[in-house]
Ligand binder design. Structure first.
Ligand code: AHR
Length: 498
C-alpha cells in the first residue's frame, strides 16, 4: 500500500491558470483546417473558427494561447496578415512543409479566436528576421488607443478598440531556428527589442518573455540573464524553456506514436520526468539573479514528439495520441503545479493536429485525444492554491537502466475550499493500493474521474470515445483518510469536500 500525505493547511503557492496554456503555430493543419476554416466553409464556424473545435477547447478552459510560432514567428511579418483577405500576400511556409501560406489567418483572426475562447493572448514577435520597427509597430497596431498611423490602420481594418496583449515573446528559439545566436548577442538584442514593446495602457502592462533555453542548455540561461539583468524587473517578466519528450532521444528516429512496447513506454515517461531536473536547474540559475522569483519560467513548448503518422507530410508533424500521451500530460501538469513558485506559464505543443495535440481533425470530423481528457480533469487546478503533498513511490520499469517512480501527484485547494488531487499511475500493469492521509482535516465527501486504458489506447475518427473519462466511485472516506485502488496506466482526479 502506498501512503500519500496531504496537508491542506500548508499552501505552497498560486496555480496560475496559464500553467495549462496552449500553443498554436502556422504549422501543418494546426491553424488552417484545425482551427480556422474561413467564413465560407461548410464546416460550421463563427467568423471562420470551427465551432466544434472552439467548443471543445472551451470545455478545457484554455487560459492562454501562444501564436504565431514557434519557428514560424521569426519568419512572420505581421503586415502580411492584415487588411482585405484578397490582397494578403501569399508565401511559402519554408519551415513547415513548403506549403502556401495565404495569410488569411492574421492578427485580427487570432484576436477573434482568443475572444471566442475567452483566453489571454500571447503573441510571439520576430527577432530573427524582423526589425525593431516592425515589432514596435505591431505592438502599437494592437494596443494603442489614441491617434497614430498604426492605431488608425487597425481602425481602418475594422477594429476600433485596441486589443489586450497579455504576453509578448521577444523572439523564439533564437539559439536555433530564430537566428542561431549566441546568448550574449541575443541578450543584447533582447534589451533593444523589448525597449520598443511599449505599454500603451499602463493598467494592462504587457508581460515580456525573453527567449530561454533549449532543454539542458544552462549556459544560455546564465548568459542571457547576465547580459540583461541589470535592467531590473519589468524589463523581463518571463524567460522561456523548451523541452520535448522524445521516446528514443534520437531526433532522426523518434519512434512511432502508436507502435511501441513497454520498454518505449517507460523510456518516454522517464524522458518526460526530466522536466523536473530542467525546472530545478534552470530555476537555480534564475535564483542567482532573481531570488525573489519575480521572473516567471515560461515552459512555452512541451509535449511528445514522435515520427509523423505514415503517409502524412513530414513537415506537418501530425501524430496520434494514446494513453502514453495522457500520462506524459499528467506528469508534466503535476510537475508544473509542484514548481508554481517559479513556473508561471506552460504551453503544450500544439493545440490541434500538431505534435501532442488535444484535438485532431479530419475534414468535418473532430476527436478529443487522451491528452484533452487530462487537461479537462486538471482544469480544476486552475487558479487554485497548491497544497503540500507527498506520495510514497517505488521504482518501476522494463529495463534495469530505465526506472521511474510509479506515481506522480499534485494537490490544490480551489476558491470554493474543495481539494483537488490529481494522480498518475505510470505502471503499465500494476494497480496501486493508496491511502491518502489528510493532516488535521476531516474529509466529508468526494467524487472522482478516471482516465485509463491499455497503453496504446487512443481515439480515432471511427471510434472517437475509446478513451474517455469515467466516474470514479471506488474509494472510501474515513475521517482524515481516503482509500482506493489506482488502476495501472491511469490518470485520476479526486475532488474532496472538507
Ligand atoms: O513546435 C514545433 C517547433 O518546435 C516550434 O516551431 C519550434 O519553436 C520548436 O523547435
Amino acid at each position: 500500500m502506498a501512503k500519500m500525505y496531504v496537508n491542506p493547511n500548508v499552501k505552497k503557492g498560486h496555480l496560475n491558470p496559464e500553467l495549462q496554456g496552449h500553443f498554436s503555430e502556422h504549422l501543418g493543419r494546426c491553424i488552417y483546417e484545425g482551427i480556422y476554416v474561413g467564413e465560407n466553409s461548410e464546416i460550421p464556424n463563427v467568423n471562420g473558427m470551427r465551432t466544434d473545435v472552439v467548443e471543445a477547447l472551451k470545455e478545457i478552459h484554455v487560459p492562454v494561447l501562444r501564436w504565431p510560432g514557434g519557428c514560424f514567428a521569426d519568419e512572420y511579418h505581421w503586415r502580411d496578415g492584415i487588411g482585405p483577405k484578397a490582397g494578403r500576400k501569399k508565401m511559402i511556409n519554408t519551415h513547415w512543409g513548403g506549403v502556401v501560406e495565404d495569410n488569411s489567418f492574421g492578427t485580427h483572426e487570432f484576436m477573434e479566436l482568443c475572444r471566442q475562447l475567452g483566453c489571454k493572448t500571447y503573441i510571439n514577435g520576430n527577432v530573427g528576421s524582423g526589425t525593431v520597427q516592425e515589432m514596435s509597430e505591431w505592438v502599437e497596431y494592437m494596443t494603442f488607443e489614441g491617434v497614430s498611423p498604426l492605431a488608425d490602420l487597425r481602425r481602418a481594418n475594422g477594429h476600433e478598440e485596441p486589443w489586450t496583449v497579455d504576453y509578448f515573446g521577444v523572439g523564439n528559439e533564437n539559439w536555433g531556428c530564430g537566428g542561431n545566436m549566441r546568448p550574449e548577442y541575443y541578450g543584447d538584442l533582447y534589451r533593444r527589442y523589448q525597449t520598443y514593446v511599449r505599454n500603451y495602457d499602463s493598467k494592462k502592462p504587457i508581460q515580456k518573455v525573453a527567449c530561454g533555453a533549449n532543454a539542458e542548455d544552462y549556459h544560455w540561461t546564465d548568459k542571457v540573464l547576465e547580459t540583461t539583468f541589470d535592467h531590473g524587473y519589468g524589463f523581463m517578466n518571463g524567460l522561456s524553456l523548451h523541452y520535448y519528450t522524445l521516446p528514443t532521444g534520437n531526433w532522426n528516429k523518434k519512434g512511432s506514436a502508436l507502435e511501441f512496447d513497454e520498454k518505449e513506454w517507460y523510456r518516454t515517461l522517464k524522458a518526460t520526468l526530466k522536466m523536473e531536473e530542467l525546472i530545478t536547474r534552470h530555476g537555480a540559475i534564475m535564483d542567482q539573479y532573481d531570488p525573489q522569483k519575480r521572473i516567471g519560467m515560461i515552459v512555452d513548448e512541451w509535449g511528445t514528439w514522435y515520427d509523423v503518422e505514415p503517409g502524412t507530410n513530414p513537415g506537418f508533424l501530425y501524430q496520434q495520441n494514446t494513453m502514453r500521451d495522457a500520462l506524459v500530460a499528467g506528469i508534466n501538469l503535476n510537475l508544473f503545479n509542484k514548481h508554481c513558485d517559479r513556473v508561471k506559464m506552460a504551453n503544450i505543443a500544439q493545440m490541434v493536429n500538431v505534435l501532442q495535440a488535444v484535438i485532431l481533425t479530419e475534414g468535418a470530423q473532430m476527436v478529443k485525444t487522451p491528452t484533452w481528457h487530462v487537461f479537462h480533469m486538471y482544469s480544476h487546478h486552475q487558479d487554485g492554491e497548491l497544497v503540500e503533498s507527498f506520495a510514497e513511490t517505488r521504482e518501476i520499469g522494463a529495463e534495469e537502466h530505465v526506472r521511474v517512480p510509479n506515481l506522480t501527484e499534485s494537490v490544490s485547494c480551489s476558491k470554493d475550499g474543495r481539494l483537488h488531487l490529481t494522480l498518475t499511475n505510470l505502471s503499465v500493469d500494476e494497480a496501486e493500493e493508496m491511502e491518502c492521509i489528510f493532516a488535521q482535516t476531516k474529509i466529508n465527501s468526494g467524487k472522482g474521474t478516471i482516465l485509463t486504458g491499455a497503453m496504446g489506447a487512443h481515439n480515432t475518427f471511427e471510434m472517437p470515445d475509446q478513451v474517455h473519462e469515467e466516474d470514479f466511485t471506488a474509494f472510501t472516506v474515513d475521517g482524515d483518510r481516503v482509500s482506493f485502488t489506482l488502476p495501472p496506466c491511469s490518470v485520476l482526479h479526486l475532488e474532496l469536500e472538507i
